[in-house]
Ligand binder design. Structure first.
Ligand SMILES: [Zn+2]
Length: 1007
């Protein structure tokens, strides 16, 4: 600790009686985990490491740090400016809890507000009466006017590896590659694409401008465009309920349909009490694996289709999206028996004085205030109430939904300041990003609190007294029995302490610049952070650049390259250390969420550290081989971190899904902790996180429709307790054909991705792949036998129109970096991919498993220009190397990375227009920031990339790589080609081979 004055001595710890001294021991981490067989078995650790263990190789040298992206010289006052304010802390100096007289965290967590509909304490009299049986306001009803609402395998292609030499190659983070990719790799176009380019004027056979194509119009592109147009004509037109048979073999999959909506939900007439077109749930909030629910368990079983819900309750609003309507009068009508919220699918009876619950069919009184406008004190029109018109609605919750006043947003930053963290520029970039984001952090009520802990082999706290202009650093070296230093201004109001917070952040990047301390005590820092905020709840934001290797939760660099691709690989994908899960469970009880930003230059043990976000509703972000000296690295991290800080969050949340009688929620996938069988605890609800829930049929369903209602009780950033309710009503069917014709291939793929990850962790990757393959065989086999009635061997493989992309998406999963068979994929990358596969909403997930692929050299003239709906995108191409023409330029993106592929005979003019170099030979491959050049082509491509980055939900800001067909980095080329999933590699089937394999299995099986 070169930055600590010699006089600084480790602080003594408080006496054992300190109420905060041992928060970890009263908990049982195994309690009520409902994730199926736990994948998070601990593996025995070796002897505890006794101290600081350098984990930085000799090649890791200071040097690039000065080139941080700030662009300004790092002239912050260094730590000597802080020295005068250092102080040695007295012993016995735990902070008092910030909020007194609250129920203990465990008491809180055991009494989920959404279900404990207890006698009201602070409830207005009228509303209390509204919940009672007697209806004293009955005479005020308008004449009852029921609204009539008619109709109302063995993939060897190389992933982005953590190259052991990455930090020795400052220019690019390049994925290593094994050399097994033989593939149908770029099928070379015939000789007529030879060098006859007129480089001054790109050829104009079909399009007037921007045609880099040479001899002839690309039939593929134009056919693709035509097909897409036809598809677009069909959008929304899936109104047929009849099955449409589709032959799969020999036909390229129509990837333009990946954006098509799911089959329509055909409810019986008058299902909804209003005629609102918002009465049923949008798929972006909640979708089911089929839009007709089987009436019996035997029909479900016979169909072999998975039954599940994909829920994204807190999705972001893009331009043009309608905000969720809010019911502000705190009149919340719920079923007395099953606690369902009143919704568009209930029935009003007895002159409108009662409503029949559409989940359990109990008759309930309509609340007396239901037809009353509190603001005007006049009768109101019931049929205008938002909860009867909108499937997605938010109620302002009265006090009975609170166990304490709404808590403020809290951001406690735990920042690794050991040598690798400082060296890579992570500390400076993080500090600068936080500083620049202070106005964007949710703080509408000026209640938001912030705090900072920096950690290497000691913990450093910062006293941020708003009356002081300078922050004070307080150092604690006792890592085993963590305590908080005395001042209680370690966690401060952001608005009041703004200047001292700014002062700290402007110095932080430079404060440790001369450190040589190698070693990190993340576990101790987390325990300290927990003590600091557990009485309020909030977010612990971890910025970690090295493997925690001392104190509680210390980890080893356990990656074993020999285990990759073998059954032993699964152990590496599981948590190495029970500390983090146990800590996360404690956090969940105290409404503390942990988000992990992992910026390690080496093995980071994503598998273990991601446990904290997984059980607390947070997220893991991973920046392998991060080096802020590369502007692309700094830009990506700063952008994503800033968006993360600016995102609205929901606090102190619980979520429950209720369903009609006979249906039961059985398995839950996503980042949360399961309490009380089916109550999901979410200390924070992250924006755009998705959750998958499997459903079983326990009893035969005798009603024409069923309903799923999700209730998310949460506190907004601006201090309001709210309940977001999402209601999805679906028809019931006894027909297997109807079941199949209503199946949603996007929802099915999303659920299967979640199940595959779960299986990989609880068993083996191979088992997960087999299970996925078998599920496809089952579904296609049932289709053949039960729906087409075909017997015996068939030369064709059929499915229905609405499931025709399911085999392609399954193949995408089998070839995905998270799941594919390979001995070359670093564990961290697999683990991170699994984090994404289980949290992304379908809108992000589908491109992640089936990237989007565009041709640039011959794109339509209006691609990349503004149209009525924003930037016009080129038509999507099939992920087949047949599309790769030698003179072509292509863009491929999966939401995490963007690649521009340049064929070896790309015309020089294109190189000039796009990259400002004279020829293909001068193009440098690797991670780049694309230039904005003064020509239409550059502007169009930049616009397409900009649209790609913006159109995805979530904070992700993909890297951009230039890939050359030859020359350049071979591993980068292989990484790119690993996304071309319709191709065959030497060990993995092509799409058509995959279909042939499925067909053989279907022909030989019995279904
Ligand atoms: Zn009910």
């Amino acid at each position: 600790m070169s930055n600590i004055p010699p006089s600084q001595s480790p602080l003594s710890r408080p006496p054992p009686s300190s109420p905060n001294s041992r928060p970890m021991q009263a908990t049982d981490p195994n309690q009520q985990i409902q994730r199926g067989p736990s994948p998070y078995q601990s593996t025995p650790l070796g002897p505890a490491q006794s101290g600081i263990r350098p984990n930085v190789p000799p090649a890791f040298r200071p040097g690039n740090f000065q080139q941080t992206p700030s662009g300004r010289p790092l002239s912050y006052p260094n730590q000597t400016a802080m020295s005068p304010t250092y102080q040695v802390m007295p012993a016995n100096s735990t902070s008092p809890p910030a909020v007194e007289n609250l129920e203990s965290p465990s008491q809180r967590s055991d009494t989920p507000p959404s279900t404990s509909h207890k006698p009201k304490r602070l409830y207005p009299k009228e509303i209390t009466e509204a919940y009672t049986e007697s209806n004293t306001y009955g005479g005020q009803y308008q004449p009852f006017n029921p609204a009539v609402a008619p109709g109302g395998i063995g993939q060897q292609v190389q992933p982005p590896a953590i190259d052991q030499n990455a930090y020795q190659q400052p220019q690019f983070f390049t994925p290593a590659g094994d050399q097994n990719y033989q593939a149908t790799a770029p099928s070379m176009t015939p000789a007529h694409y030879s060098q006859q380019y007129n480089t001054q004027q790109y050829n104009t056979q079909q399009y007037n401008t921007q045609q880099y194509n040479t001899q002839q119009p690309s039939m593929n592109a134009s056919m693709g465009g035509l097909t897409n147009q036809l598809n677009n004509m069909n959008l929304g037109g899936h109104s047929q309920t009849q099955l449409i048979n589709v032959n799969l073999i020999g036909v390229p999959p129509n990837v333009g349909d990946l954006d098509a909506p799911p089959p329509p939900i055909n409810l019986p007439p008058n299902s909804s009490v209003t005629q609102s077109d918002k009465a049923n749930c949008e798929p972006s909030y909640k979708r089911c694996t089929f839009n007709s629910v089987p009436a019996t368990a035997s029909l479900l079983s016979k169909s072999r289709l998975p039954f599940g819900l994909i829920i994204t309750p807190y999705r972001s609003l893009k331009e043009g999206d309608e905000p969720v309507p809010v019911v502000t009068d705190t009149v919340i009508a719920r079923c007395r028996r099953c606690r369902t919220y009143i919704n568009p699918f209930v029935n009003f009876v007895e002159g409108g004085q009662k409503w029949r619950c559409n989940l359990c069919f109990l008759l309930n009184e309509v609340p007396s205030q239901f037809d009353w406008d509190l603001q005007t004190s006049q009768q109101a029109n019931r049929w205008k109430r938002a909860e009867l018109n909108h499937a997605v609605v938010e109620f302002v919750a009265p006090t009975e939904y609170m166990v304490r006043p709404p808590q403020p947003p809290v951001y406690l930053f735990v920042i690794d300041v050991s040598f690798p963290a400082v060296q890579s520029g992570a500390v400076a970039t993080a500090a600068k990003t936080i500083l620049e984001s202070l106005d964007r952090i949710p703080n509408e009520e000026n209640r938001t609190k912030v705090g900072f802990i920096t950690v290497d082999t000691s913990l450093h706290f910062y006293s941020l007294n708003s009356n002081s202009s300078e922050p004070q650093m307080l150092v604690v070296s006792d890592l085993e029995d963590v305590f908080l230093p005395q001042p209680d201004d370690l966690l401060v109001n952001l608005t009041e302490a703004r200047s001292v917070v700014e002062s700290l952040l402007s110095r932080l990047g430079d404060m440790f610049k001369d450190t040589h301390t190698v070693g990190n005590a993340l576990g101790s820092a987390l325990l300290a952070g927990f003590k600091l905020i557990s009485s309020i709840g909030g977010k612990i934001v971890v910025l970690q650049s090295s493997l925690p290797n001392i104190g509680p939760g210390q980890l080893k660099a356990r990656e074993d390259s020999k285990a990759l691709g073998t059954p032993k690989e699964s152990a590496l994908l599981q948590s190495a250390e029970p500390f983090y899960k146990k800590f996360a469970v404690d956090c969940s009880r105290s409404q503390v969420c942990v988000d992990m930003f992992l910026l390690g230059s080496q093995y980071s043990d994503v598998a273990t550290l991601s446990c904290c976000p997984r059980y607390t509703g947070g997220q893991t972000y991973f920046y392998p081989a991060f080096n802020a000296g590369r502007s692309e690295d700094a830009l990506k991290f700063a952008h994503e971190f800033a968006e993360f800080l600016a995102s609205p969050i929901a606090l102190e949340a619980v979520m429950r899904v209720r369903a009609s009688k006979g249906l039961r929620m059985t398995s839950f996938y996503g980042n949360f902790f399961v309490r009380q069988t089916d109550l999901l605890a979410l200390p924070n609800v992250s924006r755009d996180h998705s959750y998958a829930i499997e459903v079983s049929i326990e009893e035969n369903i005798t009603t024409p429709t069923v309903c799923f209602q999700t209730a998310l009780l949460h506190t907004t950033c601006f201090g309001e307790r709210r309940i977001r309710v999402l209601t999805l009503s679906l028809p019931v069917t006894n027909s297997i054909s109807e079941l199949y014709s209503s199946a949603d291939q996007i929802a099915i793929s999303t659920l299967l991705a979640n199940k595959a990850v779960e299986r990989s962790l609880s068993s083996k990757l191979e088992d997960a792949r087999d299970a996925l393959t078998n599920k496809l065989i089952d579904i296609l086999g049932v289709y053949k036998s039960a729906i087409t009635g075909s017997q015996g061997a068939s030369p064709q493989l059929q499915t229905c129109e609405n499931l025709k992309l399911l085999p392609l998406l399954a193949l995408g999963l089998l070839k995905h970096v998270g799941l594919r068979a390979s001995s070359q994929i670093p564990t961290d990358l697999r683990s991170y991919a699994m984090c994404l596969l289980t949290t992304m909403p379908s809108q992000l997930l589908i491109p992640y498993i089936h990237p989007r692929f565009y041709s640039l050299h011959n794109m339509p003239i209006d691609a990349g220009t503004y149209g009525p709906d924003g930037i016009i995108m080129p038509p999507s191409l099939n992920l087949s190397s047949e599309k790769l023409e030698r003179h072509g330029a292509y863009l491929l993106e999966d939401g995490q990375n963007i690649f521009i592929w340049l064929g070896r005979q790309v015309v020089p003019q294109l190189c000039m227009d796009l990259l400002n170099v004279r020829s293909y030979e001068e193009v440098r491959s690797g991670k780049v920031t694309l230039l904005q050049l003064d020509n239409p082509f550059s502007q169009q491509v930049n616009a397409i990339i900009g649209k790609t980055r913006e159109s995805r939900r979530g904070v992700y800001y993909p890297h951009l790589y230039i890939v050359k067909e030859d020359g350049g980095d071979p591993s980068l080329r292989l990484w790119f080609l690993s996304h071309i999933i319709e191709d065959r590699t030497d060990t993995v089937m092509s799409y058509q081979q995959w279909l042939g394999h499925l067909k053989d299995k279907v022909n030989s099986g019995s279904f």
